[in-house]
Structures are given as C-alpha cells and as structure tokens.
Design a protein around this ligand. Sequence first.
Ligand code: SAM
Length: 395
Amino acid sequence: MQFEELVNELARRMTDGSFISGTISQSRTKSDEVKRVKVKPIELKGELHIQFEYQYERVLQHENIHSGDVRGKLKDLLERFKQVHAEFLDEKIHVQLSKKFKVMWKSDQMHSKKVVDLSHNRKKQYLLDETTPYPFLIRLGVQSPDGKVKKQKYDKFRQINRFIEFIDDSLAHLPKDRTIRILDFGSGKSYLTFALYHYLRIEKGLDIYVTGLDLKKEVIEECQQIAKDLEYDKLEFLVGDINEYDKENAVDMVVTLHACDVATDMALARAVRWGASVILSVPCCQHELFSQIQSPELQVMLKHGLIKERFSALATDSIRAELLTLVGYETQLLEFIDMEHTPKNILIRAYQTGKQASLEAVQTYEAFRDMLGAKPFLEKELLQSRHLSLNEQKK
Ligand SMILES: C[S@@+](CC[C@H](N)C(=O)[O-])C[C@H]1O[C@@H](n2cnc3c(N)ncnc32)[C@H](O)[C@@H]1O
C-alpha cells in the first residue's frame, strides 16, 4: 500500500459509520509539541464529524472536522506521525510508517460488541477520563502510575468528576476578560482543587487563579509541594480558618466539598460578602440545627434520633438555599452523587443575580426558621455584613 492509498483508506473507513476510535502517535520530530492525537467520530448539528484531540505535554486541544474534509487533515497528520491505531466494528488496525513513508499495515478481524457512539458529550459522563494518567491524580494516590483509578479511590474520582461537571456548567457566569478568581474552602487533601485547576487551566486554557484554604498545616504543605512539582503556578494553598480569611476584595467562584458543619456556612457567607458570581457547595455533617431544633408540630418526627438527624440536615440546606436567594442569588439544591456512593449528596448551586427579595419571601423564611426554633449561623453572618435585612428588624 502506498502512502496516498493509506490516507484515502483511513479517511474512507473513519467516515463510513464503523469507526469507533483511534490514536495517531510517534512524531517524526522530537520538537513536535503534540505528543499524540486521539480520534473519534462525533455528530454535530446532525452531521458526522471526526474529532481530533491534540495531546500536548500539559494541554489538550480539540478540533472537529466535517467528514468531507477529513482526508486533508489525516494527510497532514500522517506526514507528521508514524503510527496509527484504529478500532472499527469489525477490525482493529495497526499502521506503522517508515522514515521513507513505507506503509506497514496489520489488522485483526473481530466482531466488536461496541456500538459507534456519536454523541459529542460521551466523555462528559466523566470529564476526567478513567484511563488517562493525570499527574495530579497519580501524586494524590487516586490513580496508579499507569492511569488506573485505584479501587478504594473510585468514589473520590466520581465525586471530583461530578463536581467538575457543575463547574463546567457554570462557566457562562464567570468573567471572560480577566483572571477568574476561585477559592476552595476546606480544601483538605485538595483532590477537587487540583482537579478544577487541571480542567480549567490545563484542559480549557482559562485564565484562572485558584486558592485552596484549610486548617491543616501538614496537609496544606503537601499540597503546596505537589503544586510546585507540577508547576501549577496559578494555584496556591494556604493554611487558615475560613472565618478569618480576609485577604480578598472580590472572588468570582467559591467552592466547597464536604467542609465540616458550619464551615460550609462560613464559606457561603464569605462568598456573598465578595459578591461571588458562582457558589458551588456540597455540605458535610450537620450539627448546628440538630442541637437547636424544637418544634411541637414536628414532634412526631423529631422524637426519632435518626429522623431528627436527617431532617436537620435537609432543613439546614433548605435554610442555606433560602438565605442565598434572599441576598440575590438564583439558588438550587441538586443531586450531587447518588445515595449509593455518599449520603452527602446535595449540592448547593447559586448564581448571583442581584435580584431583591420580596417582603413575602422574607416572611416565609422567618416563619420556617421560627417554626424550627433555629438560629442559623449563616443568617447571623449575613445580617452582620448587612447583606440580609429581615422584616423583624424593621418592626
Ligand atoms: C471532610 S474534609 C474535605 C476535604 C476536601 N474538600 C475533600 O473533599 O476532599 C473537610 C475539611 O474542612 C477543613 N475545615 C473545617 N473547618 C474549617 C475552617 N473553619 N477553616 C478552614 N478549613 C476548615 C478541615 O480541616 C478538613 O480538611
């Protein structure tokens, strides 16, 4: 087979409906910044395209080429790279090109049980791919060096992937003309902090600056070292208490993942104070309301410790959502991860709108809070910073 025939054959097979995926690798020049190109079919606006994913040292770039124009793109790539692996429904092929463009073609016949998946977002289920080795996940012990997610870390892998999906969905609410300032409060071992940095900065190439804050000095020092080793220069880790963190004037996005008890409320209060456009928060254990709640109307429920605990957690998140709405956020409580994987499965998503709360909305909140006998930490913080004004204060 001649080089031109190879290009024609690959272009034909990649666009005839049987192509599953492929990889083009082994650059002819050492200086080529693209290490490998992953290829797959996708459907865009009802038409078949081939997606080329260029893998650089630290960045991924995507290019979607209409099926009619694939030949030219393949020709360019096969002039730059010497190896092609491709999987089709009936065959796996391996192509090796020599220095002088001599073609060696090997194929294995097979009957794949796979189906051709053309959905553009088939990867969206996991924005961090399960088989790609990510340096930060390897350093954090989530993946083994060959990119396999460790069994005992699989829940964490799912959680950060899910969280990143929510971050991805909120990008339209963030500034496009300047550095996006992001804070992760109670970052702990910082799986999420590293993952969001990787996704936004390295994969999407966005101009961001991220801070992870936590009380634990040793854990933060370890994160600082990893960030330094990976040359993540727009990511910093600080030791500190959320409630005393006064270094910023404005922050665009505040995230928390399982920040303990009222640490979540401290983070929400800070976010409101800075006028953060996006707040994404998965709360953790809940003790505050459990110790306050008293309600004759709810006695049938509250006399059972288990029910009281669950009810307190749900009421706390409802109060948080309501307070954020009252201070000008469009707020939703969403399922984070299904219950099978973690009982802490609610995510608070709040986008700033600046919309003023109505008198009735404030009254409804006050009535609910009084029915429970609650004195929420977040309410106190928002009153103190004068973002919240209640009807009872006006009397
Ligand atoms: C359950 S861990 C979650 C860590 C991380 N976000 C994750 O999901 O892997 C909760 C973290 O919140 C931190 N934390 C609790 N209260 C805090 C506070 N007031 N200020 C800063 N960090 C706090 C703890 O030190 C702990 O590392």
